[in-house]
Design a protein around this ligand. Sequence first.
Ligand SMILES: C[S@@+](CC[C@H](N)C(=O)[O-])C[C@H]1O[C@@H](n2cnc3c(N)ncnc32)[C@H](O)[C@@H]1O
Length: 271
Amino acid sequence: MPDGYFRTERPGREYPQIMPRSPAQRIREVTALGAETVRRQVVGGGGRGSKSTFLSGRIAAYLTEHSSPPDEVLDDLSAVTAALPEAEMQVPAEQGTLLTILTAAIAPRRAVEVGTFTGYSALCIARGLPTDGRLLCLDVSEEWTTIARKHWARAGVTDRIDLVLGPAADSLADLAEEPTFDLAFIDADKVSYQRYYDLLVPRMNPDGVIIVDNVLQYGEVVRPRSENPAVVAVREFNRLLAADSRVQVVMLPIADGLTIARKLPSPRGGD
Ligand SMILES: C[S@@+](CC[C@H](N)C(=O)[O-])C[C@H]1O[C@@H](n2cnc3c(N)ncnc32)[C@H](O)[C@@H]1O
């Protein structure tokens, strides 16, 4: 794990308060329990794995009950991941289902994931690929991606996934100009989001889709005083993305916020 990464995934962690005063504050003022533990308490356990801290427990549970459940491999992978201290980094089940649905709708020949961890989102994307589709996964952790590979094999998607270990910005910069991508999922270190996006946009086909995770930073993006480096970076990234004429953008309130950016065809969509 790169230095400082864990901190950037938990924006409230650097600003502990002694007494939480409201559910919203309990999320923001994360205590020594850790962000995920506090979040689970606030949403009352509703919505298995939900990261949508702005939803009530009942609504989160209702959404989960009316969405397709994960299968056994995904459930097992979640259970293995849950034993790790960094478990909260995994995308929640409902986001994984959305990734599979979007991938199947886009039918990408080539997809790329920046930030793979234990492989949950990659498995969801791989399952939506067409028969000739491939997913390139980029991460720095051999340990975490060993868990990923094991579950990809169990799910029968290993032959659709290429895993490259190393700093993702280097891996992206080293890629040949062709072939280009139809789908990208950005979910690595938040302070590098802009760099990943800048490297990816020229490599996306017209109408290609870039999906970006954790764009709400547990609500910290709307708190101007939050100076956590990840929050500051994501807030600025969100601002620049919304103003980028090369893409059409929508931000969805699912999980910790998900942005979907469609690369516009030329001439407006020039690199
Ligand atoms: C939030 S987790 C990804 C979660 C994953 N998408 C999932 O659904 O389980 C972020 C991942 O980014 C990786 N990462 C952090 N900094 C990186 C870097 N500079 N280059 C490549 N990967 C990096 C971490 O090792 C970690 O596995």
